[in-house]
Design a binder for this molecule. Structure first.
Ligand SMILES: Cc1cc2nc3c(=O)[nH]c(=O)nc-3n(C[C@H](O)[C@H](O)[C@H](O)COP(=O)(O)O)c2cc1C
Length: 226
């Protein structure tokens, strides 16, 4: 009899505990707090896979991840992929694998990296950003999400800041929230590549990490508020 009561008590207690656990999981997912992951996607828009732009974006992502254990990051390197510009007949190319990542409900922020090409964003960056167009209609999927930009040039004052501004102008059309970095990176990450390396550009790498941190912080703030 005592055993039966104990078993009944145990089953009741276990049931209650399970209810509490699943209720908090639902609450966490709904409020964006506790264990709910906040994803930050980084996109390297250099046609050269794994080169300086990808490294700069990865540095920013690593800094974003260091902000909080809830933050998860992923680098999408467009180098070597085929991304055509927007066209009335949607092109069949590598964008099909990338677009769903931007529709993930856990997406909290984005970091875009582009080389400075003729003091402007790369053609690949422009094609990629145009192909995000389906995320504007029927719903502004990216609205109110923070984004930051890093730009790498082969020259000091090689158009990095203009490249950042051009990408910011495009993503404002998606209702996204532009984020600069903490000092000294107010506009974003601005890096100088020497002999295909950014390793020597200490200040530039600092701008990338200061940007990544701020995007991570803003992603958490905006996710937990909504
Ligand atoms: C077509 C082209 C145009 C470029 N124009 C500029 C420029 O205007 N300013 C600059 O600083 N670097 C310029 N560069 C150099 C690249 O921005 C630089 O090498 C950058 O690190 C390349 O990024 P990646 O290593 O990720 O490919 C240009 C390179 C190419 C191929």
């Amino acid at each position: 009899m005592q055993n039966q009561i104990n078993r009944r008590e145990f089953v009741t207690a276990a049931g209650a505990a399970a209810l509490v656990t699943s209720a908090s999981a639902v609450l966490a997912a709904e409020s964006g707090s506790a264990a709910a992951p906040v994803k930050i996607l980084g996109v390297s828009c250099s046609p050269r896979k794994g080169m300086t732009t990808a490294k700069a974006v990865q540095a920013a992502l690593d800094a974003a991840k260091s902000v909080d254990p809830r933050i998860q990051t992923e680098l999408i390197d467009l180098g070597g992929l085929t991304i055509a510009p927007w066209s009335p007949k949607p092109p069949e190319d590598d964008m099909k694998d990338i677009l769903p990542k931007f529709q993930d409900a856990a997406l909290g922020g984005v970091i875009i990296g582009s080389p400075s090409y003729f003091r402007s964003l790369s053609g690949l960056a422009k094609c990629f950003l145009e192909r995000l167009a389906p995320l504007r209609e029927p719903k502004m999927v990216l609205a109110d999400k923070p984004f930051g930009v890093v730009a790498v040039g082969g020259f000091r004052n090689g158009g990095q800041e203009m490249t950042i501004e051009q990408i910011q102008a495009i993503l404002l059309c998606f209702g996204m929230v532009p984020v600069g970095g903490h000092a000294p990176a107010f506009q974003g990450g601005t890096l100088l590549s020497a002999n295909d390396s950014i390793a020597q550009d200490e200040l530039g790498l600092k701008t990338a990490t200061q940007l990544g941190k701020h995007v991570g912080e803003m992603a958490l703030k905006l996710t937990t508020k909504s």
